[in-house]
Design a binder for this molecule. Structure first.
Ligand code: HEM
Length: 301
């Protein structure tokens, strides 16, 4: 039985690739029966075979164009992984209020999400080293593929609470993506479970389906005004606002990149291009957290 040979790896670096492999018991790669290596653990050869330019002969910049998009998709995958865990943490709080550890864990993972988004926003500068004329040289080969078809980007939006069923049509040709998105549409969002949890801890009076936007914002305001008892919650709120802020920054930087690269041309996905993207700039995952700021009252002097 191959699995019996599997041993636990110790140390942070994959398979002791820094030359001290002998210090570990060693893990056997069940696929090859050989000792696990950096390449076999991370599947590097497979990963490096995934960049396939469409232009012929390949345009020099198309490699970077593919790698940037793949990198974004990997970060989106990690974001979904973490945001799902944050959602589960709030669900546990909603089910039983006495879960301080869950709030700590939610804050810890949200911090990771904001750091990933910071990297995601800054990464656009790499694409901006591509001349607009160079992109035009291979852009035609990419049609009708478009960012509209990024399943994971849309999953992040749906998971955080921005559910727009109309956007499903971009996934008509991808049944698995469609099924995943439909599941996200049905499931309670991070936004939903956050407010369920606030109801359970007594800050949101009406249960979520009944609570109005204003009541939700007031619940958040009440948290901020009771700092002594709700520090951990305020910390979570600040991280959610920061995540919202960074996704808005991502949208803006993407538009700047689009205008710099293709000007006011329409998109390969059939939208008007930059003028469509500008309509998404005001999207917020947690509008009540922003609204609560206006509602705050001056503390007694
Ligand atoms: C030269 C580079 C890029 C150009 C010219 C570009 C252009 C566009 C355009 C015009 C749209 C509107 C939809 C359409 O009609 O196709 C769009 C949407 C989108 N793009 Fe890009 N894009 C670029 C790079 C990227 C990168 C690196 C990502 C990273 C994942 C990305 C992700 C998306 C997403 C997720 C959407 C949907 C946004 C929404 O509906 O709110 N794009 N892009």
């Amino acid at each position: 039985m191959k699995d019996e040979k599997k041993q636990t790896m110790s140390g942070g670096c994959p398979a002791g690739t820094h030359g001290h492999g002998e210090a570990y018991g060693g893990t056997i790669d069940t696929k090859t029966d050989a000792l696990l290596t950096y390449a076999s653990y991370l599947q590097v050869p497979e990963l490096l075979r995934l960049q396939k330019p469409q232009s012929q002969p390949p345009h020099h910049d198309e490699m970077m164009f593919i790698i940037i998009h793949q990198t974004y998709e990997l970060w989106f995958k990690e974001l979904l992984h973490d945001l799902d865990a944050v959602t589960a943490a709030f669900r546990h709080v909603a089910e039983s209020a006495a879960k301080r550890d869950e709030i700590y864990e939610a804050a810890r993972l949200l911090r990771r999400c904001t750091e990933i988004m910071r990297v995601a926003v800054s990464q656009f500068t790499i694409l901006e080293t591509m001349l607009p004329s160079h992109f035009l040289a291979f852009r035609g080969k990419l049609e009708p593929a478009s960012g509209f078809q990024s399943e994971q980007f849309r999953e992040i939006e749906f998971l955080c609470g921005l559910k727009d069923e109309k956007l499903l049509r971009h996934h008509d040709a991808a049944p698995e993506a469609m099924a995943a998105l439909q599941r996200r549409l049905r499931e309670p969002s991070l936004h939903d479970v956050f407010f369920d949890a606030l109801h359970t801890v007594g800050k949101l009076k009406a249960a979520r389906p009944k609570a109005t936007d204003e009541e939700r914002a007031l619940a958040v305001r009440d948290l901020y005004m009771d700092e002594q008892h709700f520090r951990d919650w305020i910390d979570v709120c600040e991280r959610l606002v920061e995540f919202d802020e960074l996704v808005m920054s991502w949208r803006l930087r993407h538009i700047q990149l689009v205008e710099r690269t293709i000007g006011m041309r329409s998109g390969t996905g059939g939208s008007a291009g930059s003028s469509y993207l500008r309509t998404t700039l005001d999207k917020k995952f947690f509008p009540e957290l922003w609204e609560a700021r206006t509602m705050l009252e001056q503390p007694p002097q």
